[in-house]
Ligand binder design. Structure first.
Ligand SMILES: [Zn+2]
Length: 372
C-alpha cells in the first residue's frame, strides 16, 4: 500500500426506482411502431440492459468484500437550477412532465418508469455531492455510484439510457458555486460521451478527454478531428479505438495524450465518467481489471500534481454485473491507496505459471541436478 486515502462512495436506493420495461408504451406513436419493429427483429426477448441490478451488484460486492478506507454516504436530488446549468428549460419541463409515468423518449432506448425522473434527479445530485465531498476536503476522492447514467444526454435531449448529464451537472456546479475554474473530464466508458462533448464543445474551461470504441459503434460520434469549436477549440480530445483494444492501447493513450494535455491545461478539478463496458466481459473492448487500476493511478496522479488530489468519479455504463462490480471495487482500491502493477498481456501470468510447472518435465536427470 502507498499512502492511505479516505474515499467516499455515494450510493442511494432511490436510484433503483428507475426501472424501465420494454412493455411500456412508446411515445410518440410513430416512434412506437419503429422501435417495436426493431425489437421484433431480435430473436431473444429484449430486456432493458441499464437495470437496477447494476447498482445492487456493486453495492452487494462492496458489502461482502469491503475496501478499507472506503465509507458510504447517501446521495441527494439535484435542483432544477443545478440541472438548468447544462440542460435547456424546455427539455427539463419535458422530462419533469413524465414524472410518475412509463414512456419512451428516444429511438436509442431511453425509457422512463414511474420512478425514473426522481432517480435521475438523485443521480445528478449525487454527482454534485461527490464533487463537494472532495472539494470540501472530507475525502481524498469520491465515487458517485449512480444510474441512470449521463454522458449520452445532451443539453436538449435524452439518449442512450441517459436522462440528465450527471458529470456535466457536477462540473458546472463546481465552477458556478465551488470556486473551480478549469475542470478536466476524462471519459473512459467504451461509448463516446457525445452529450458531455456537446455541452462543453465551445467551452475553454472544460477539457474533455474521451477514449472510446470508434464509430460506427454507438453513438457514432467522437472522431479524432472533433477538437471543439470557438473558444473551446483544442479542449475536446477524442481517441477513437478499434474493437478489441485493450490495456496497452488505452494506457498508451492516457500516458501520451491525456497526461500532456492535462499538464498543459492545469485543471483544478478532475472528474471521470467511469464506465466499465470497456472490460472484456462486456464484449465492446478488451480492458482488464488491472488496466482499470492502471488508468485510475494515472488519473489520480494528474489530480495529485495539479489540484491537491481533487478527483471524483461518476459511474456511466457497464452491463456485465461481474465485471462492473469488480471493476468498481478495483478502482476504489486504487483510490484508497493500493499500489498498481503494470498490466501484462492477457495470459502471460498463466504461461509463466505453466513454464514453472513444466520446467523439469523434459530435462535429463543430470540437467535437473545442474539446475538445482
Ligand atoms: Zn458505455
Amino acid at each position: 500500500m502507498k499512502d492511505q486515502r479516505e474515499v467516499i462512495a455515494f450510493y442511494d436506493e432511490r436510484m433503483l426506482d428507475h426501472a424501465p420495461d420494454m412493455d411500456a408504451p412508446f411515445l410518440p406513436t410513430r416512434l412506437d411502431r419503429r422501435v417495436r419493429e426493431m425489437l421484433a427483429s431480435i430473436p431473444v426477448r429484449w430486456r432493458y440492459p441499464e437495470q437496477p441490478g447494476r447498482l445492487q451488484a456493486i453495492y452487494n460486492l462492496l458489502q461482502q468484500q469491503p475496501v478499507p478506507q472506503v465509507s458510504f454516504e447517501p446521495g441527494r436530488p439535484a435542483t432544477c437550477e443545478q440541472l438548468a446549468r447544462v440542460h435547456t428549460s424546455t427539455y427539463l419541463d419535458h422530462i419533469f412532465s413524465l414524472r410518475g409515468k412509463n414512456a419512451w423518449l428516444d429511438m436509442d432506448t431511453t425509457a422512463v418508469s414511474s420512478g425514473s425522473v426522481d432517480a435521475a434527479e438523485v443521480a445528478a445530485g449525487t454527482a454534485i455531492a461527490a464533487v463537494e465531498a472532495v472539494l470540501q476536503g472530507r475525502a481524498s476522492s469520491a465515487f458517485a455510484l449512480v444510474r441512470p447514467p449521463g454522458h449520452h444526454a445532451e443539453s436538449v435531449r435524452a439518449r442512450g439510457f441517459c436522462l440528465f448529464n450527471n458529470i456535466a451537472v457536477a462540473a458546472a456546479h463546481a465552477r458556478a458555486v465551488l470556486g473551480c475554474q478549469r475542470v478536466l473530464i476524462i471519459d473512459w466508458d467504451a461509448h463516446h460521451g457525445n452529450g458531455t462533448q456537446e455541452i462543453f464543445h465551445a467551452d475553454e474551461d472544460v477539457l474533455f478527454f474521451d477514449s472510446h470504441r470508434a464509430a460506427p459503434f454507438y453513438p457514432g460520434s467522437g472522431a479524432l478531428e472533433d477538437i471543439g469549436v470557438g473558444l473551446g477549440e483544442g479542449c475536446t480530445v477524442n481517441v477513437p479505438l478499434p474493437s478489441g483494444s485493450g490495456d496497452t492501447a488505452i494506457l498508451k493513450a492516457f500516458r501520451e495524450i491525456l497526461v500532456p494535455a492535462a499538464d498543459y491545461f492545469r485543471p483544478d478539478l478532475v472528474l471521470v465518467s467511469a464506465g466499465f463496458d470497456a472490460h472484456r466481459f462486456d464484449l465492446a473492448m478488451n480492458v482488464s481489471h488491472e488496466g482499470f487500476a492502471a488508468m485510475t493511478a494515472i488519473v489520480q496522479d494528474i489530480a495529485d500534481r495539479h489540484c491537491n488530489g481533487h478527483l471524483a468519479m461518476v459511474l456511466e455504463g457497464g452491463y456485465n454485473l461481474d465485471s462492473l462490480s469488480q471493476g468498481v471495487r478495483t478502482v476504489l482500491q486504487v483510490l484508497a491507496g493500493k499500489s498498481v502493477d503494470e498490466p501484462q498481456e492477457f495470459g502471460i501470468a498463466e504461461v509463466d505459471a505453466a513454464i514453472e510447472f513444466h520446467r523439469t518435465a523434459f530435462m535429463s536427470e543430470q540437467e535437473e541436478d545442474r539446475g538445482h
